[in-house]
Ligand binder design. Structure first.
Ligand code: NAP
Length: 317
C-alpha cells in the first residue's frame, strides 16, 4: 500500500526536534510526500546533528531547539517523553504565533500537562502518538513507510482549534497513517494494555530466562525459536524510551498489571489443578484475537510472522 501524494505542501516549515526512529521516519516520509516546503531538524547531540546533515534528508540542520522552531508552522518533538516539558519551556519564547506544536510520545497525559504548562496561548498544542515502531533507534533507523496503514492517535486538549487538529490529521494521513482522535487519558489506558504491558512482560520474561539457574545462556539462545525469540524483539526496545513510558504512565500500567496478575493466577490455578478445559477455552479465545488483527490489516497472515525458511537440499543422486 502507498500513501497518496499531496498536491500542495500543508506546511511552510516543519521543525523536528529529535531525529531518531520516529523523527527520521517523519522527515523521510514528509519529504517524499511533499508535505512541507522546508523541513528543518535538530537533535540533542552534535554527533546526531552531524549524521542528520550527512544523510541529507532535511533542508537544514540547526544547532539549537530555539533556532529550529523559529518561523516553523509545525513543530514536532520526537524525543523521550520525560524530556517534553523541558523542551517545551525552552522553545516557548521562540515559537511563531499560530504554530502547531505536537509530539510523538508513547504516553499522552503527562506530555500534555508538561507541555501545556509552558506554551504560549497563541500556538496550538496537539499531542500525537503514531502507533508504529521497531526495536531500532537512532538517525539511521527511520524509514518513510513506517506509518503506512498504522494508526496515529491525536489527543487535542479541550477547546483545541478544530482547523489545527484537522491540519495535523491531514499531515499524518499524508504519511500514510489512519488518524483517530481521543482524550489523552483514554489513550494512556488503551496503550497500557496494547503496548506498555506487552513490553513489560517481554522485559520480564527475557530477564527471567537470563537469570535462570540450571538452564545455560547458550541453551536459551539455541532453543529460542520455541517462542522466546518473539519476546526478545520487544525486549530489545530502547531502554530510555521505555523507562520513561513506565514512569509517566504509572497509573494506567499498574491498573492493567493488576488485571494481568489476576488472569495469570487463574491460569496458574488451572495448570496446578490439571484443568485442561479452562486452559483450552482460554487459548481458543486468544487465538481469535490474532485472527482479528490479521483481518483488519494490522499484520500479515503469513505464518511465523512471514519469516523465511531455508529450503531442504535434495540429497545428491
Ligand atoms: P530514538 O531513536 O532514540 O531518538 C530519540 C531522539 O531524541 C534522538 O534524536 C535523541 O538525541 C533525542 N533525545 C534523547 N534524549 C533527549 C533529551 N533528554 N532531550 C532532548 N532530546 C533528547 O527514539 P524514537 O524511537 O524515535 O522515540 C522518540 C519518541 O517517539 C519517544 O517519545 C517515544 O515514546 C515515541 N515513539 C517511539 C516508538 C518506537 O517504536 N520507537 C513508537 C511510537 C512513538 P541524540 O541522538 O542526540 O541523543
Amino acid at each position: 500500500m502507498t500513501a497518496t501524494t499531496q498536491t500542495a505542501p500543508l506546511f511552510k516549515r516543519i521543525a523536528l526536534i529529535g531525529f531518531g526512529l520516529i523523527g527520521g521516519s517523519i522527515a523521510r516520509g514528509a519529504r517524499i510526500q511533499g508535505l512541507a516546503s522546508e523541513i528543518v531538524a535538530t537533535a540533542r547531540s552534535a554527533a546526531t546533528r552531524a549524521r542528520v546533515a550527512e544523510l541529507g534528508i532535511v533542508d537544514r540542520v540547526l544547532e539549537s531547539n530555539a533556532e529550529a522552531v523559529a518561523g516553523a508552522d509545525l513543530v514536532i518533538l520526537c524525543i523521550p517523553v520525560a524530556a517534553s516539558g523541558d523542551v517545551a519551556r525552552e522553545i516557548a519564547p521562540h515559537l511563531a504565533p499560530g504554530a502547531i506544536v505536537s509530539d510523538v510520545g508513547s504516553v499522552k497525559g503527562s506530555v500534555l500537562r508538561a507541555m501545556a504548562e509552558h506554551l504560549p496561548a497563541n500556538v496550538h498544542l496537539i499531542p500525537a502518538h503514531p502507533v508504529a515502531g521497531t526495536e531500532n533507534s537512532g538517525p539511521d533507523s527511520g524509514f518513510a513507510e513506517l506509518f503506512i496503514n498504522r494508526w496515529c492517535i491525536l489527543t487535542p486538549p479541550d477547546g483545541a482549534d478544530a482547523d489545527a487538529v484537522e491540519k495535523l490529521a491531514a499531515f499524518w494521513r499524508g504519511l500514510g497513517a489512519n488518524v483517530e482522535i481521543m482524550t489523552a487519558d483514554h489513550h494512556d489506558k488503551v496503550l497500557a494494555v496494547t503496548s506498555h504491558l506487552p513490553h513489560l512482560i517481554a522485559y520480564t520474561i527475557v530477564g527471567t530466562a537470563e537469570e535462570l539457574e540450571g538452564v545455560t545462556r547458550s541453551e536459551v539462545l539455541k532453543f529460542s525459536a520455541g517462542g522466546f525469540r518473539d519476546f526478545t524483539r520487544i525486549a530489545a526496545s530502547d531502554p530510555t524510551m521505555w523507562r520513561d513510558v513506565f514512569l509517566t504512565n504509572k497509573d494506567a500500567v499498574l491498573e492493567m498489571l493488576g488485571e494481568f496478575q489476576e488472569d495469570l493466577s487463574k491460569l496458574t490455578r488451572a495448570i496446578r489443578r490439571g484443568d485442561g478445559e479452562a486452559l483450552f477455552d482460554h487459548f481458543s479465545r486468544t487465538r481469535t484475537i490474532r485472527r482479528g488483527i490479521v483481518e483488519i490489516g494490522q499484520d500479515e497472515a503469513a505464518p511465523d510472522f512471514g519469516r523465511k525458511h531455508a529450503a531442504l537440499q535434495r540429497p545428491a543422486e
